[in-house]
Design a protein around this ligand. Sequence first.
Ligand code: NAD
Length: 261
Amino acid sequence: MGELMLGKRVLVTGVRNKWSIAWHTAEALHREGARVAFSVFGEREEAGLRKLLTDSGMEDAPIAHCNATDEAQAVALMETIGAAFDGELDGLVHAIAFANRDDLSGEYVNTSREGFSVAHENSVYTMVSLARAARPLMNKAGGGSLVTLTYLGAERVVPNYNVMGVAKAALEASVRYLATDLGGENIRVNAVSAGPIKTLSASGISGFDGMVKHVAERSPLRRAVTPDEVGDAVLFLLSNLARGITGETLYVDAGYHTMGM
Ligand code: NAD
């Protein structure tokens, strides 16, 4: 076990199963001595998480339910986490995204108003409301670090990513605005832009396997990125090693974003 996060209290959102990027992040945090708490969407996610926790020696970790689009649930979540962590929080991992499956294939021009709103409510506004709700706990801790997950489809056209690419662009802009709002309180806000990884959410994107293959063939490292590599980068941004970094998007994609073609 390492000591990079010894004494740090971190809330991890977005674990659905063992493939989730959030789960690999939690494992990295645990390895480095952090106290980890979890927020999951509902009963189904909690059942899966409990088994993962038992298998990895984290069975005592606090678990709360939160549909993060519900403002009241976000506030209640932070009350629960505050009670578990003496009113303080050092880190928050936002690994939440959702869009209707119909909006992740075909032409972006056909995105419905409702689909546009669903993607932005779940994938962007949840970051804003969780940051606002976590702020008092991080203030009490003397500062903190928030990290979200994004994807290259925010800045380049990736076939079928569509409305989620537009939502990720808004998420990356939100990171910069939140970093500016909260920086005076020693709260840092960053994003990790992960290469394609086969998770449950990713499987909703039409042609996803082809995206992974394409990256594996074209990236400088000539392979796809693994979820534990993404988890380690999130860990870095949460840690004191990244104390001078905020408002940043860090690419963990085997270097794919640097390629011209
Ligand atoms: P995942 O399906 O394992 O995780 C997505 C999580 O979001 C689930 O746990 C789900 O319950 C949660 N969620 C959705 N709406 C919610 C809401 N309203 N309230 C609370 N929780 C909600 O998939 P993942 O790939 O690990 O996704 C995690 C993050 O990583 C997402 O932001 C995703 O866009 C991002 N990302 C994924 C990839 C990839 O290729 N898998 C690449 C770059 C970025």
